[in-house]
Each structure stands twice: as C-alpha cells, then as structure tokens.
Design a protein around this ligand. Structure first.
Ligand code: P6P
Length: 284
C-alpha cells in the first residue's frame, strides 16, 4: 500500500522528539531490574518500562496510529483506528545505564498491520541518549539528524553515510562466532577501527557518522543471532539505507525480510555497501 502524503509521519517524529527528554529524565533511579522478563527473555529494567509507558501514550495516542507493539510486550496493542502501525524498542541497550554508557529508542512506522515487512515501512527513527540527545529520522526521501532539547527538534542536518568506512562493531562473543563470520571479521579488523558500546543505537550511529559496518551475526548456537527483526533490525536497516548505506541478513536486504512472528530474531549487517556485499559473499 503506497503511503499517502495525508498521513502525518511528521506527527510521529514530533511525538518521539517530545518523549525523548521525558524518557531521559527518568533514567535516574531506574537502572535497576524488575522481577519480570520481556517476550524474548531479557530481564526488564525499571527504565525499560518507564520508556515504554511514555511512548505508548505519546505515539500510541496519535490519531494516525492504529497499532502499537513494543519489544517489552508480548502482543500488538490496538490503540486506535489510524492507518499506521508503530514498532518500538523503548530503551535499546538499557543495561548500559548502570555503566553510564549510551542507550537509545528505536521506532518503526508501517502502513500495514504488525508483524509487518521491511517494505511496509514508511518511516523510522532512533533517539540516541548520549552526551547529547539526538534523533535520526528517515522517510523514503532520506535521513535527517536533529538535536533534541526540551523545546523539541532543532539544528537539523542531513544524515548521510560517509563513503569511506572507518569503524566497525561486531556483537556476540568471539568463540561463538561461526568460522565464516570469523573470516569476515578478521578482514574487516585489518582495515577499520573497533567501536562497540553494547547498545545497537549508539554503535549504528557511529557507523552513520564515520562510515563502516555494524553486525550482530548468527552465532554457532544461535543461528538467528540476538537482535529482533521487527523492533531493531528492520527499522535500523531502513534508516541506514535511507542515509545511503546498505543492509543484509547475510543473503538479502533486511527490508526484504517479512517476519512471521513479532519477536523473532535475525542476523544483521548495516553499513557501507562494499562491506555489506563482502559479508554476503563470505558469510551467507
Ligand atoms: P551483546 C542490547 O542488549 C542489544 O539488544 C543491542 O542494543 C546490542 O547491539 C546488543 O544487544 C549487544 O549484545 O551480546 O554484545 O551484549
């Protein structure tokens, strides 16, 4: 279904920009664990729940939104009659809070019911809670980076992947990497500098800033890897491709993936197209 201009994606970006300072203000005192686990078995932090509550109210409450799904909740919520479906990783890398390292929010905007395919995305955005709070928002027309302050979005500039790669970040433990991924990693390590924080939003943002590749591959004992298709891989692939980069699950663009279930996982590679092409040649 083609996206009609009448449906205000900008309202989703504005609502996310307004939510970000409130989410960030709630970090203090919420780095601790609750007694609960999310649908993929991760222990939930108080900050995860706080962020999800804010986003469910602000994004799920938009007239244009019909469905809201969160990494922190088992099922999709019907929240209205609008044409858009929203996927949210409310606080990606929230375990970084205890080390005062960056964390982020990932939002996918689809014009189809969830679980939805990469090609159903009409927009996507991430918020990075670093020294500054920044947002990168993408539509089919490209990606834009904003500084986020208490009075909204400002200082917008195009987010364009540099042509020359500089950094890499690879997830998982080295002994758990497959032989093929280890071969790929060794070649990349000889060429680029390691930048890995343990929060996907921060690590992908470094790739978007400096050029390079981020990957969380399929592992020996977990062939689909760790990262979630609907909540992390597809929206971040949309943003990187909108910024001039490429993505793959090892064989195809992540935007060609059609998840069967809401919480399934996928291998993920994001970055400069030459590094993505090499991954598909070596790892697929
Ligand atoms: P590992 C955070 O828990 C996360 O979901 C992503 O943000 C991040 O890229 C990955 O997991 C880190 O996983 O196994 O390297 O700690």
């Amino acid at each position: 279904m083609m996206m009609s201009d009448a449906v205000p994606v900008a309202d989703v970006f504005d609502a996310l920009a307004a939510a970000a300072p409130e989410i960030r203000a709630g970090f203090a005192g919420r780095a601790g664990e609750t007694d609960d686990r999310n649908a993929t078995g991760d222990r939930q932090l108080h900050a995860d729940i706080h962020a999800d509550d804010i986003l469910r109210a602000r994004l799920g409450g938009l007239d244009a939104v019909g469905q809201y799904a969160s990494e922190e909740a088992e099922d999709v919520s019907d929240v209205g009659s609008g044409p858009l479906s929203i996927s949210v990783d409310p606080l990606d890398g929230s375990s970084n809070l205890s080390a005062n390292n960056p964390t982020g929010t990932i939002v996918g905007v689809y014009d189809a019911p969830l679980p939805a395919a990469g090609r159903d995305l009409v927009a996507a955005a991430y918020v990075l809670y670093g020294p500054l709070t920044t947002m990168v928002a993408a539509t089919d027309d490209g990606a834009t980076r904003y500084a986020i302050t208490s009075d909204g979005r400002r200082d917008d500039e195009p987010a364009v992947l540099p042509d020359d790669p500089t950094v890499y970040g690879f997830g998982g433990r080295v002994p758990d990497w497959t032989a093929a991924f280890t071969d790929y990693a060794r070649r990349v390590e000889d060429e680029l500098k390691l930048r890995y924080s343990g929060a996907m939003v921060a690590d992908v943002n470094q790739v978007l800033t400096y050029g390079g590749v981020f990957a969380y591959p399929g592992l020996r004992d977990r062939p689909t890897g760790k990262l979630r298709t609907q909540f992390e891989a597809i929206p971040m692939a949309y943003i990187v491709e909108a910024a001039g980069g490429a993505s793959t699950d090892g064989t195809r663009s992540l935007l060609d993936v059609e998840p069967d279930t809401l919480h399934e996982r996928t291998p993920i590679y994001l970055g400069n197209d030459a590094l993505i092409d090499r991954a598909e040649r070596i790892v697929s």
